[in-house]
Write a protein that binds this ligand. Sequence first.
Ligand SMILES: *[C@@H]1O[C@H](CO)[C@@H](O)[C@H](O)[C@H]1NC(C)=O
Ligand SMILES: *[C@@H]1O[C@H](CO)[C@@H](O)[C@H](O)[C@H]1NC(C)=O
Ligand SMILES: *[C@@H]1O[C@H](CO)[C@@H](O)[C@H](O)[C@H]1NC(C)=O
Length: 297
Amino acid sequence: MSKITMKFINIVLFSFFIHLTNGDTKKTSMNEDLNRACIIRFLQIRGKLDEQIQVSPAPADMCRILLPLVYANHSERLCLRLWETKSIKAECVFETLKKFEFVDLELKQEIITKLKSIPKGDKRKILHEVTVAQREALTRTAKMCKSDFTYGGLFDEILGINSSLIALQREYCLLKYALENKFLDLRYININPRNIDVRNIECTSIIVQSQDESEEKLLEAFKSRKYSSDAINCLIEKYKDERIFGWNLAKDFLYKIKISENEKRAEDWRISKKLSDFNKISSNCLYSFNWSLFQFK
Ligand SMILES: *[C@@H]1O[C@H](CO)[C@@H](O)[C@H](O)[C@H]1NC(C)=O
Ligand SMILES: *[C@@H]1O[C@H](CO)[C@@H](O)[C@H](O)[C@H]1NC(C)=O
Ligand SMILES: *[C@@H]1O[C@H](CO)[C@@H](O)[C@H](O)[C@H]1NC(C)=O
């Protein structure tokens, strides 16, 4: 059978199942049972699920058609969620999660949650194992892709974190740093407007991590412009010498914090001057390395 015919049959069957789903509830549950049986069989074949678990027979022909649909549906939703979250490096994260078979874990979680035939204690144990595996996959993926490890809040439950609290802690530390180092020369600023508990925050490591991230981004931007390594080293060195991380931070915060228009204008002038001076200084890196500014290969 040709590929196109197969595709057409898939579409017809797909519509048939959707029709069933929209039809009466008895048929819907039949359809769901079949879906579930297929997923269980699939996970068992991949060694992801105990062979003991079985609800109803999974007819191979039906499953061959159903599974790709279910799978595509899950992948697609995962993909969309990742792409809709700004802080995530979606492309790398999606590909890496695929390698860790993250969708399998999601399917398993869904199946186990719904199955009534498993004793409560066992269920809890299996679900815990799934969560641990998911957490491991997410953590390793964020590291490999150098992507936001909080996933912008998408997987808080799995990761066991409160991403909005982490974001507030980060804001608190960065603003405190900008003020203490006079990147922002302001007094009487409330650095904890949301009144979070700040007793146990490790600001130093948050600042260092934030600095590393911004240097990483800069490095990537320079590399994508194919600057030579001499030019890049020079630029990064100047960036550190002139403490541009702090000045950029100040510029960002200037429009977030509540201060008078006069203060804002004065600070903006001071900060913008620093940044434009840096632009001049850093352009020397490019001119003085005129032979090596771009790599020829
Ligand atoms: C895809 O997933 C959504 C959300 O769980 C579900 O409502 C929908 O029925 C699924 N579609 C198919 C074809 O399985
Ligand atoms: C997360 O932290 C925020 C800020 O402290 C808080 O308002 C929110 O209730 C927390 N969410 C959970 C689920 O704990
Ligand atoms: C820059 O280019 C000029 C002439 O093209 C050359 O004389 C000079 O040595 C170069 N400077 C560096 C640092 O390579």
